[in-house]
Each structure stands twice: as C-alpha cells, then as structure tokens.
Design a protein around this ligand. Structure first.
Ligand code: PLP
Length: 388
C-alpha cells in the first residue's frame, strides 16, 4: 500500500522535531553530557509528588470536569491574578490542559480557519509552526536577531501583518534564546494587535524563570489586551513537573468554551492526580520554585562567562534556562558543530537551525544540568573549539 498517499497532506508537510531527531543519535550512548532536552534536572519537589500520591491513596482515580477541578481553577485564577495582574473567572475563563503543548494546539484549532495567517517570532519553540499547519493555518515567521537580543521589535511585526493575519504568538522568556522583551516593545506590539484586531496567544511557560531582578510583564495585562489574549501557562518548567503533563489556558469565556469543546472530545480532561499535584504546587510550591530559579541563575552566569571565554559570543539571556551562543566564528554550520561536538567530545547540544532558519549559526544549550556536568561540558567545548 502507498501509505504516504494515505497520510493527510498537512501532516505529511510538517517535519519531525529537530530536537528529537538529534536526540535519537544520543539514545543508548554512554557517557554523554547532555545540554539538550529543555527540562529541569530537579526531581519534582517532594511535597508536590506527595500530593499526587495522596490523591491515589484516597482513590481519586476518576475523570474530572472537562475544564479541570474547580479547586485547581480557583487556585490558577488566584495565582495568575497575583503574578500577571490579570483577573479571570475560574468558573468560565480557565481551562486545565495536558501541558502547554495541548493548550497551544487547542487555541490554534479553536481560532483558525483554513489559510488564516499566524505570526510568531523566530527562533522559537519547535511546535509553533507545525501546530499552526496542523490547524490548517499559514505560519508566518518574523525573524529576531542577536543585535536585538532576540526580542521581537514592533517594526518587524508591523511589516509581517497582512489582511489575513488572525493570530500573533508570543513567548517571553523565549525558548531557545532566553530572550525577554521590554514593556515599551510589548506596548508597541499590543497597539498593533489592537489596530489589526488580532488575537494574541502568549506562551508564558518560562515567566517565573527571570534573572537579575527583571519583572515579568504579560501582554494580557496591558490596557485593552485582556479581551484579545489567550494566556498559556503550565507547571513543567518552573515547578519541574514535565512528566505530570499539566498546563492551562486563561481567556475570555467564548474562546475557552471553543477550546473546551475540542479538549472535551479529544482529551476529556487532564489526569486527576496531576491536577492535585498542580494544586499543591500553586498553593505551597513557591519556596522550592524560587530555590530552583536561584540555582539556574548561578548556572546561567557560569555558562555565559565560559562560552565567551571559549570565544563563542553569547549574550546574557534574561530568562528561561537556555543560552544561545553564536558559533559562526568556527565556520561550521550549527548542525555540523553539534554533530562534531557529540562525536568528538560526547557533549550534546541542539543546532540552532532546529528552531527555524534564523537559528542557523547558533547552538542551544540548556543549562538545567548539574553544575559539575556543566563545568566539564564547557571544558570539552573549549577543547573542541581549540582543535578546529
Ligand atoms: N512552550 C514552550 C516555549 C516550551 O519550551 C515548551 C517545552 O519545552 C512547551 C511549551 C511545552 O510545555 P509542556 O510541557 O507544558 O507541554
């Protein structure tokens, strides 16, 4: 049978994740130091794991409301109100999802008609463009540059808007660059969204992980933006809960209702034990989260300093747990650099090109890795660069 002819065209059109492809090469090999997968090296704090265990002990093994446990939605609304300064009604404006991944998919499917354009800033998280294509939209990347510390500039956004643009996707702090954005730029972006009647999806998954005392401003909190913003957040990064698969969306009720309809038929609800764990994370998880953030901060300072010493020019990212050094001085493509580094020094990092064409010439290193491993990874990278 010609299976390719049986596969939906939009699925055939999307590539496999460049991160996963690269990490298949690493699978099963001994002694590799990985700066690869974007995942905390911490185990989920014990009191959060305990909440999941208690929920099982109490026999809480059922479906929940499609929207998620009301107690969790109330806690999310409180947290988002305090942290982002935006008020949402937990009964109608909060949807608990299976990670931010599901929330992105739901929002795009709920908002797009075939051919609608979605603008996002690039280099960006690997799922954005494929998720847009899977929702039958047209993905429009706006390149950000090292000169702007990979922040999205309103002028670049303005140039990409057409009469078919429906949605703008933002992610600050950004995966893979760690970029943050200034309030002034965010206000410029918000004005464009209002003038062109766009819906904004803001992926705030790294918003707690900011350094040097930077305050986080969500576009949802700017005047006139709450009504046109879908705020996406989750537990994977700041609370080290990737395996719990829990996220949420906050938005005006008609948008949440549309997302909930898809979620209801495709997922039904997020796992109940993860929801109880998330409730514990929001209610009592701040001290552990802040301790993890402080540890990432130290590691960021170390890795930025070492990369610059090695001669790989690296800006200091304001957030997330990634650095994005410029490897162009080596004359290698980002893929070649990453492959050779893996072969010769057993250090895994992701080629910048996995995050879109504008990531070429850069490497993504995740520094949520044990300090000793970071130190030897940098020594090995130094040796690799010296031998080029
Ligand atoms: N959004 C961004 C920017 C990410 O970097 C990631 C994971 O790396 C996700 C979403 C997916 O998060 P979740 O584990 O909540 O599905």
């Amino acid at each position: 049978m010609d299976y390719q002819a049986k596969i939906a065209r939009n699925v055939a059109a999307i590539p496999r994740s460049g991160i996963r492809d690269f990490f298949e090469l690493v699978q099963g090999r001994e002694g590799i130091i990985s700066l690869g997968v974007g995942e905390p090296d911490f185990v989920t704090p014990w009191h959060i794991r305990e909440a999941a265990i208690y929920s099982l002990e109490k026999g809480q093994t059922t479906y929940t409301s499609n929207l998620g446990l009301l107690s969790l939605r109330k806690s999310i609304a409180r947290y988002v109100g305090d942290f982002f300064d935006v008020a949402y009604d937990p009964a109608r404006e909060v949807l608990v999802t299976v990670g931010v991944s599901e929330a992105i998919d739901l929002a795009l499917r709920a908002l797009l008609n075939p051919g609608d354009e979605v603008i996002f800033h690039e280099p960006c998280y690997v799922s954005y463009s494929p998720s847009i294509v899977l929702a039958h939209g047209r993905a429009v990347a706006v390149e950000t540059s090292k000169a702007d510390a990979f922040a999205l500039k309103p002028e670049s956004l303005a140039a990409a808007i057409t009469p078919n643009t429906r949605v703008l996707m933002l992610n600050f702090p950004t995966n893979p660059t760690g970029a943050v954005t200034s309030r002034a730029d965010l206000e410029g972006i918000a004005k464009l969204a209002i003038d062109h009647d766009l819906i904004v999806l803001t992926d705030e998954i790294y918003s707690e992980l900011r350094y040097d005392g930077l305050t986080h401003v969500s576009i949802a909190a700017l005047p006139g933006m709450r009504e046109r913003t879908v705020l996406l957040h989750g537990f994977s990064k700041a609370f080290a809960m990737t395996g719990f698969r829990l996220g949420y969306a906050c938005a005006p009720q008609p948008i949440i209702e549309a997302m909930m309809k898809i979620h209801q038929y495709s997922m039904l609800c997020a796992p109940i034990m993860s929801q109880y764990a998330a409730l514990e994370a929001l209610e009592n998880g701040a001290p552990a989260m802040l301790a993890m953030r402080d540890s990432y901060h130290q590691r960021r300072d170390f890795i930025v300093k070492r990369l610059n010493q090695i001669g790989l020019d690296c800006h200091t990212p304001g957030g997330a747990f990634y650095v994005f050094p410029d490897i162009r001085s080596t004359g290698l493509s980002s893929k070649q650099f990453a492959m050779d580094l893996l072969e010769k020094e057993a250090v895994a990092a992701v080629p910048g090109s996995a995050f879109g064409p504008s990531g070429e010439g850069f490497l993504r290193c995740c520094y949520a890795t044990a300090f000793n491993d970071l130190r030897s990874a940098m020594d090995k990278m130094e040796h690799f660069v010296q031998t080029l």
